[in-house]
Write a protein that binds this ligand. Sequence first.
Ligand code: FMN
Length: 128
Amino acid sequence: MATIYPHLALDDIIVLASPIYFYGVTAQLKTVIDRCQQFWTTPSRRKAARVGVLLLTAGAKDAQGTGVDTTVAATRVFLTCIGAPLTHIVAATHTDVVPAVAQGEVLRQATAIAAHLAQAKRGGLSLE
Ligand SMILES: Cc1cc2nc3c(=O)[nH]c(=O)nc-3n(C[C@H](O)[C@H](O)[C@H](O)COP(=O)(O)O)c2cc1C
């Protein structure tokens, strides 16, 4: 966490990535999230006006069965708490049948978001 805290506090773009496990993020990512209460109690410890991005994979196909909605809701609260409100979500679902690397449209979406954010950052524009 000593390595991660400065990035969570100051980086302009925070990207969370996780497979969906039982309608939530992995235990490993949740452990990091649960070490960040300091940003809630002392918001001055982190920079404001940044952006948060969420990358998810899910085995199930349909939106209701995957847990995407519950995972987005929980991570949205976390990202708001650290000053990087969630602006972009990429979710590769149905990975039990079609691996994420074979989902061209999802990969294109992720690449487009990365290009947009990189360009906005270089140009000093709003990252949203
Ligand atoms: C413990 C566990 C729980 C899972 N829970 C869900 C779930 O709630 N919804 C879903 O759609 N897929 C679920 N899956 C499937 C994973 O989200 C899916 O296989 C994902 O692509 C795995 O990524 P990984 O190979 O990087 O672990 C679960 C898989 C595991 C191992």
